[in-house]
Design a protein around this ligand. Structure first.
Ligand code: TRP
Length: 487
């Protein structure tokens, strides 16, 4: 019988905090996974990349490549009982610790841009629910003003409409929750927000399916278009799967370090992956009927759905069409949903550097949470101005004319798949697969002779590192050179 955290005082690290139990952990990890990536990015990626074809590739990536990586990441964290740097260096020596640091750094950069987009959503939530944004005629112009006016802090009006304010408040909410600790802050927040998130999602889907032309949206979303199958579709699917599951940089390792020994990791991971995938799938089912309803209303054949315009320009137009009262209700709920999804993710991102500073530098969680949040907010300033204010940053000349937000998001995507690949190599060559199995047997007696154990042995040692390695290299080539120019 493996020692549980509670019965073995040495393993029970009360000062670090831990999850109260299975439900708390699953909701919190799912909260990290479900985020802007699901609601904002997944629907338009699927729409652009051949609908059901993309869905199929995505599911393959989730269950074949991401599942083993997530199990590995959580078991490293739980075994070491430390932050990302601490876990790698405890189990593998100082040199492997750098991999943990690399992950922490990636997390810092992800949060720096993620928080800016979350701030937009928060601003829209307030403007739609309590302001008169829905009277707006041109949402494109509004969005541009909103993201560009960040330095107009001179007049009270300019200040109230600036993205600067919303982003800083969003970061402060994140810091507030992380500062309260694992059970009282992070877990409690997720336990409230995640069920509400599902509820709102279901309500909006039901409503949007009743709109005229809804079925055309559903068809567009779900009927496969094999012609769209390109190697880039596979890259997009893999990057999206890693990002969506919060893999490859130590978020789940850190959360795993707060998990008790008697919890069953493989089954929790299955639930977390399913929860994340279902929200991504359902988000498409919510968005496309709305978009096709708008096309019907405006009598146009297509509206731009890629990138920020989808939820910040196209959807508000739809809420506008619904009339002042219904629009305020549905639109307000929609952006509340986005805010909840984003907040449960920003918490998990901030927790990674915070756990590092608490564990390694023995600093107080409260102070560290606020200080790190402030620092990351400052790091996000170029992302804000990249949306138009400063021409030099707006279009980084060296990066295919893309803006800084796209640039930094792309770099982080690459770090995640590379991080996942290196983690598999770490388990195989340094920590050893048998130690992972031992960790997984705790809380899961049936694991010893299971098919899953055989599968994970192959997946972690061969399938994942090889495929992730090859795909990461191809993704890098494609980003900087263009795959079409080589093959
Ligand atoms: N998974 C979240 C989303 O889909 C974002 C996120 C949170 C994340 N923590 C992460 C992404 C860690 C990568 C790594 O929006």
């Amino acid at each position: 019988m493996p020692a549980s955290n509670d019965s073995n005082p040495k393993l029970y690290m009360a000062n670090r905090g831990n999850f109260s139990g299975r439900i708390g952990f699953i909701l919190t990890a799912a909260g990290s996974a479900v985020g802007l990536g699901n609601i904002w990015k997944f629907p338009y990626l699927a729409g652009q990349n051949g609908g059901a074809v993309f869905l199929f590739i995505y599911l393959f990536c989730i269950f074949v490549l991401c599942y083993p990586v997530m199990v590995g990441e959580i078991s490293i964290g739980r075994n070491a009982g430390l932050d990302a740097y601490g876990s790698y260096s405890k189990l593998g020596g100082k040199r492997w610790g750098y991999l943990g640091l690399f992950g922490i750094l990636t997390g810092i950069f992800i949060l720096s841009f993620y928080n800016v987009v979350a701030g937009w959503a928060f601003g829209y939530f307030l403007h739609i629910s309590f302001g008169d944004l829905l009277l707006e005629k041109d949402f494109g112009a509004f969005f541009n003003l909103f993201v560009n006016d960040i330095f107009d802090l001179t007049s009270p009006e300019g200040f109230a409409n600036s993205n600067f304010l919303f982003s800083i408040v969003f970061m402060a909410m994140t810091a507030f929750i992380v500062a309260r600790g694992i059970q009282k802050g992070i877990e409690a927040a997720n336990k409230i927000m995640m069920p509400i998130l599902y509820l709102i999602l279901i309500c909006i889907i039901v409503y949007s399916l009743t709109l005229p032309n809804a079925m055309s949206g559903v068809r567009f979303y779900l009927i496969p278009d094999i012609n769209e199958l390109k190697i880039q579709t596979v890259f997009e699917g893999l990057k999206q799967a890693f990002f969506s599951l919060s893999l490859g940089m130590g978020t789940l390792m850190t959360y795993g370090s707060y998990l008790k020994k008697n919890e069953n990791i493989p089954s929790s991971v299955a639930v977390i992956s399913l929860a994340d995938t279902s929200v991504a799938f359902l988000a498409g089912l919510m968005v496309f009927p709305l978009v096709h309803f708008l096309q019907f209303k405006l009598q146009v054949t297509e509206v731009a759905t890629a990138g920020p315009p989808l939820i910040f320009i196209v959807l508000p137009q739809i809420f506008h069409e619904m009339g002042p009262l219904l629009g305020r209700l549905v639109g307000g709920l929609f952006f509340l949903l986005v805010c909840f999804a984003a907040l449960t993710s920003t918490i998990s991102l901030l927790e990674v550097p915070v756990a590092y500073l608490v564990d390694q530098k023995k600093l107080s969680r409260r102070n560290v949470s606020w200080a790190t949040a402030l620092l990351i907010f400052v790091l996000g300033l170029p992302v804000m101005v990249s949306q138009g204010m400063v021409p030099a940053l707006n279009k980084l000349a060296f990066y295919k004319g893309q803006d800084y937000l796209v640039f930094i998001a792309d770099m982080c995507d690459i770090s995640l798949t590379v991080g996942g690949c290196l983690m598999c190599i770490f388990i195989t060559r340094r920590w050893k697969i048998k130690n992972m199995h031992e960790e997984l047997e705790q809380g899961n007696p049936g694991y010893k002779n299971s098919f899953l154990k055989k599968y994970l042995t192959y997946a972690i040692q061969y399938v994942c590192p090889v495929l992730l390695g090859i795909l990461s290299i191809l993704i890098i080539i494609d980003k900087f050179v263009g795959i079409g120019e080589i093959f």
